[in-house]
Design a protein around this ligand. Structure first.
Ligand SMILES: Nc1ncnc2c1ncn2[C@@H]1O[C@H](COP(=O)(O)OP(=O)(O)OP(=O)(O)O)[C@@H](O)[C@H]1O
Length: 252
C-alpha cells in the first residue's frame, strides 16, 4: 500500500519579490500544516505584507511558486480562492457601500448559501450592528478592521491570512477578536497565517513562529522552542534578538 503525505495547506517554494531589481522578499521556502496557526514575525519592512499579498494574488511574485490547498496559484488559483480569505489594513472595502452591502457582495462572491443569517451572526460576533447601514468610508479605523475580519470569515475559509488583525483595536476589542479567532479555528479547523507585532497575541494564538528578517526566514519553530533556543522568557525578547541580528541572545 502506498502512503501519500498530507497536502500542506500552504507551500511556498523559492518565492521572491523584487522591486526595481532590488530583492525585498525571498527566496522563501516553507509549508503550513493543515489546521495550524502560524505567526509571521519581522520588523518594519521585513516582508510580511508582501508575502501575504503574494499568497492572496494581490502582488505578482517575481519568481518561485505558491501552492495553496493543493492548487498552484499561478495556474489554478480560481479552484481554491473560494476556500481562502484574508484581512489586511492595506485593502479597503468599497467606501460608498454600507457595511451590510459590502458583506452581501462578498457573501455572493463566495457563494454563501445562508448569507442573511451569516451576516447577522458575524455582525453580532464583531459588534457591527450599530453601524451596519453606514457607508464603510465613514467608520473609524477599529470599526473598519472589525468589518474586514467579518468579511474574512464570511466563507469560513480553510486558509485564512491575517495581516496585523488587531493593530487598530483597543485592548478589550483585540481580546475578544482573538477569542473569536480561536473559536473559528476550533469549529472550522482552519489554517491561519498571521502577521503581527503583538507578541502576546502570538503567544496566545500561534503553534509556530516564522521569523522574517530583510525578506528571508531566519528562524522557525514552536514558541516554546524559540524561547529555549534564545534563552529568553518572552517572545518579545526573542523578537528583539532577531531584529537586532543577535543569535541565541548574543551579538552576531
Ligand atoms: N511597491 C513597492 N515598491 C518598492 N518597494 C516596496 C513596495 N512595496 C513594498 N516595498 C518594500 O518591500 C519591503 C517589504 O515591505 P512589507 O510591506 O512587506 O514589510 P512588512 O514586514 O509588512 O512591514 P511592516 O511591519 O512595516 O508592515 C520594504 O522594504 C518595502 O519598502
Amino acid at each position: 500500500m502506498s502512503f501519500s503525505p498530507p497536502v500542506a495547506a500552504l507551500s511556498l517554494r523559492g518565492l521572491c519579490k523584487s522591486y526595481g531589481g532590488k530583492l525585498v522578499v525571498g527566496p522563501l521556502d516553507f509549508e503550513l500544516e493543515k489546521g495550524a496557526v502560524t505567526a509571521l514575525l519581522g520588523g518594519n519592512g521585513a516582508g510580511k505584507t508582501t508575502t501575504i499579498g503574494m499568497v492572496m494574488g494581490l502582488i505578482q511574485p517575481s519568481s518561485g511558486s505558491i501552492h495553496a490547498l493543493g492548487a498552484d496559484m499561478a495556474t489554478n488559483r480560481e479552484s481554491v480562492l473560494g476556500r481562502m480569505n484574508f484581512e489586511s489594513p492595506y485593502v479597503d472595502l468599497p467606501h460608498r457601500l454600507s457595511v451590510r452591502e459590502n458583506l452581501r457582495v462578498f457573501a455572493m462572491l463566495y457563494g454563501v448559501a445562508d448569507a442573511k443569517e451569516k451576516i447577522a451572526r458575524l455582525a453580532k460576533d464583531f459588534a457591527l450592528e450599530d453601524f451596519l447601514d453606514r457607508p464603510n468610508g465613514r467608520l473609524s479605523a477599529g470599526q473598519k478592521t472589525r468589518v474586514a475580519l467579518a468579511k474574512a470569515l464570511i466563507n469560513d475559509p480553510e486558509l485564512l491570512l491575517l495581516d496585523e488583525p488587531t493593530a487598530s483595536l483597543d485592548p478589550d476589542t483585540a481580546d475578544w477578536v482573538r477569542a473569536r479567532l480561536e473559536t473559528q479555528r476550533e469549529k472550522h479547523d482552519c489554517t491561519i497565517l498571521l502577521a503581527s507585532h503583538n507578541m502576546g497575541e502570538v503567544e496566545r494564538l500561534c503553534d509556530r513562529v516564522l521569523m522574517l528578517r530583510k525578506g528571508v526566514l531566519v528562524d522557525d519553530g514552536k514558541p516554546a522552542a524559540l524561547l529555549a533556543r534564545y534563552g529568553r522568557r518572552t517572545l518579545e525578547e526573542v523578537f528583539l534578538d532577531v531584529a537586532r541580528g543577535r543569535v541565541n541572545g548574543e551579538a552576531a
